[in-house]
Design a protein around this ligand. Structure first.
Ligand code: IPM
Ligand code: MG
Length: 360
């Protein structure tokens, strides 16, 4: 089969982890006889430098006309002082919204050979962690009305609005129930319904949708409790569904308990099969260009692309197996290293995974 992939390396370590992921895509093409046509475009800081805006219309058009989008990371010190709507991050939000990608799947899985890398005690992670965070991606506080105003006696005030419609909640919650049906049939909806009106509506919609999924065991959990439970007993979770803001925070937390944020991929999906695939980590400007970044999160994002956009499930699990094999042999990038492990760089990690894949 033939697929068009838009590639957006972005900033910081983005280009390095993307380079290794392209190697994997090429290896997949070679091994399984698919044709992947890759077209690069700019997003984020590099686009600001080249076009004066974080999401040039060419980039959005290219993505709209592709079968999938692979993204590295955006942002860096250089652009940190720009106004909010001109920052690299605005490009990322713009592309998520522009492609209608309302659902963000962030799987937090602990690999057997990486249990030592988890900051949690071994008795807490002993039976493994396998959580799918389903984060709403095009609504809530990220996209609500925001601004500043001058008050009479308290200086400036600033506000960001959390607003969700029934429609927005229902479509993400349905996707989460469907995801749970394919897993352990356990869904935790995370909100702050003891305080926020938007959360109360969220909860009502979850309850309504749950009637269509009698086989799924549903829990509601307040976000503060969920943050605590993720550390206390992460094995209790299967699928978690939550808002854009809470999902941003909880997915970073979930990633860290698996060992490193450098391991976690993500898929952003909408109505059709077009998806955007990116590591959940940022651009890590402090280690950019030093061959230190872990390319695994991006390589696993390629696996998610094969599965969710192209329906190539076997290839997705082969990529995952190749990653496991390299980890089982003791190779580690710095972020997942423990005393005595064999520390290698970005390029070598990519190369070893590719070789394992080709040898499968
Ligand atoms: C993420 C990131 C982004 C977000 C930033 C870079 C805008 O943290 O993908 O989790 O907040 O969504
Ligand atoms: Mg984040």
């Amino acid at each position: 089969m033939k697929f068009n992939i838009a590639v957006l390396p972005g900033d910081g370590i983005g280009p390095e982890v993307i380079e290794q992921s392209i190697e994997i895509i090429m290896a997949v093409g070679e091994k399984y006889g698919h044709k992947f046509i890759l077209t690069e475009a700019k997003l984020g800081g590099c686009a600001i430098d080249a076009y004066g805006e974080p999401l040039p219309s060419e980039t959005l058009e290219l993505c709209k006309n592709s079968d999938a989008v692979l993204l590295g990371a955006v942002g860096g010190y250089k652009w940190d002082t720009l106004p909010g709507n001109k920052r690299p991050e605005a490009g990322l939000l713009g592309i998520r919204a522009g492609l209608g990608l309302f659902a963000n799947l962030r799987p937090a899985v602990i690999y057997n050979s990486l249990k030592d890398a988890s900051p949690l005690r071994s008795d807490i992670v002993k039976d493994g962690i396998d959580i799918m965070v389903v984060r709403e991606l095009t609504g809530g506080m990220y996209f609500g009305d925001r601004g500043r105003k001058q008050t009479n006696d308290m200086g400036q005030a600033a506000y960001d609005t959390e607003m969700y419609s029934e429609f927005e909640v229902e479509r993400i919650v349905r996707l989460a129930f469907e995801t749970a049906m394919k897993r352990k049939k356990l869904l935790t909806s995370v909100d702050k319904a003891n305080v926020l009106e938007s959360s109360r509506l969220w909860r009502e919609v979850v309850l309504k949708v749950s009637a269509d999924y009698p086989e799924v065991t549903l829990n509601h959990m307040y976000v503060d409790n969920a943050a605590m439970q993720l550390i206390r007993n992460p094995m209790q979770f299967d699928v978690m569904v939550t808002t854009n803001m809470f999902g941003d925070i909880l997915s970073d937390e979930a990633s860290m308990i698996t060992g490193s944020i450098g391991m976690l991929p993500s898929a952003s999906l909408g109505k059709g099969t077009l998806g955007l695939y990116e590591p959940i980590h940022g651009s890590a400007p402090d280690i950019a260009g030093q061959d230190k970044a872990n390319p695994i999160a991006t390589i696993l994002s390629v696996a998610m692309m094969m599965k969710y956009s192209f329906g190539l499930d076997q290839i997705a699990s082969d990529i995952e197996s190749a990653v496991c094999k390299v980890l089982d042999k003791g190779y580690r990038t710095g972020d997942i290293a423990s005393p005595g492990s064999n520390v290698i760089g970005t390029k070598m990690m990519g190369c070893l995974i590719k070789n394992e894949l080709l040898a499968l």
